[in-house]
Write a protein that binds this ligand. Structure first.
Ligand SMILES: N[C@@H](CCC(=O)N[C@@H](CS)C(=O)NCC(=O)O)C(=O)O
Length: 209
C-alpha cells in the first residue's frame, strides 16, 4: 500500500485529496512539527532527506517527493485523466504551465516566509517575511487573471484538474481565505468547487475542517 507522510493542513493535503479522489488505498503517517521538533525531523529525515511533506512511499518502497511529480504519478497509478489532462488534449499545455508555476514559483515562497530565519540573518526577518507574502500575492493575481479569462468554474475553465486541488489547499495558507475570497474570486471559486467534490469530504475535513 502507498504510505503518505503528512501533517494535516500542510502540503501533504494536496496529495491526500488526490489519493482520496482516485480511491487509491493508502496509509497516513503524521510526522509532527518538522520545523521545530528534532525528533520529528530525524524520523522523517530517515525516509526523505529533504525533511518535507508530502513524502510518499510507493508499494515497491520507492520514495516520491515533489507535489507536482506525485500529481503526475498518481494519475498514472490510477489510470485516470480526472485531474491530469491527457496528452494532446486542449487543456494539457495550460495544465503544465500553471502546475509548474504553482510548484516552482508560489510554493517555495512559503518556505521563505514561514521560516525566514533560514534565509535572513539578524533582525531583518519580519520585513523580509512581509515582502515575500506581498510578492506571493502578486503571483496569485497573475493566476487570478488567467482563471478569470477562462471563466470557471475551475481554474482551467470547464475542466477540473489537479490545479483546483492545489488551490483548495493553498487558499488556507497565507494570505489566507478572506484575501482570496475578495482579491482573487476566480481562484476562490475554483478552490470551492474542488473542495465540494464528492469523495473528498472526509479528507478535506481531516486537513481543513
Ligand atoms: N517542492 C516540495 C515542497 C514541499 C514543502 O515545502 N513542504 C512543506 C510543508 S507545506 C515542508 O515540509 N516544509 C518543511 C521544511 O521545508 O523544512 C513539493 O512540491 O512537494
Amino acid at each position: 500500500m502507498i504510505t503518505l507522510y503528512e501533517n494535516p493542513g500542510w502540503g501533504s493535503a494536496i496529495v491526500e485529496l488526490q489519493l482520496a479522489l482516485y480511491g487509491l488505498p493508502h496509509a497516513l503517517v503524521t510526522v509532527g512539527n518538522i520545523h521545530q521538533d528534532p525528533v520529528a525531523r530525524a524520523a522523517l529525515g530517515r525516509v526523505n532527506p529533504l525533511i518535507q511533506v508530502p513524502t510518499l512511499v510507493l508499494e515497491n518502497g520507492e520514495v516520491m517527493t515533489e507535489s507536482a511529480a506525485i500529481t503526475l504519478l498518481l494519475a498514472d497509478l490510477a489510470k485516470s485523466d480526472l485531474l491530469v489532462p491527457k496528452a494532446r488534449s486542449k487543456h494539457r499545455a495550460a495544465f503544465f504551465r500553471w502546475l509548474v508555476f504553482l510548484v516552482a514559483s508560489i510554493y517555495p515562497s512559503f518556505a521563505y516566509s514561514d521560516t525566514p530565519e533560514r534565509f535572513v540573518k539578524g533582525n531583518g526577518g519580519e520585513a523580509y517575511q512581509l515582502n515575500v507574502i506581498e510578492h506571493r500575492k502578486q503571483m496569485w493575481k497573475v493566476m487570478e487573471a488567467e482563471a478569470a479569462r477562462r471563466g470557471g468554474p475551475f481554474f482551467l475553465g470547464d475542466r477540473l484538474s489537479a490545479i483546483d486541488i492545489f488551490l483548495a489547499c493553498m487558499v488556507h495558507w497565507r494570505p489566507r481565505e478572506e484575501w482570496f475570497r475578495t482579491e482573487t474570486p476566480s481562484l476562490w471559486r475554483a478552490a470551492e468547487a474542488a473542495s465540494a467534490l464528492p469523495g473528498l469530504q472526509a479528507a478535506f475535513a481531516r486537513n481543513f475542517g
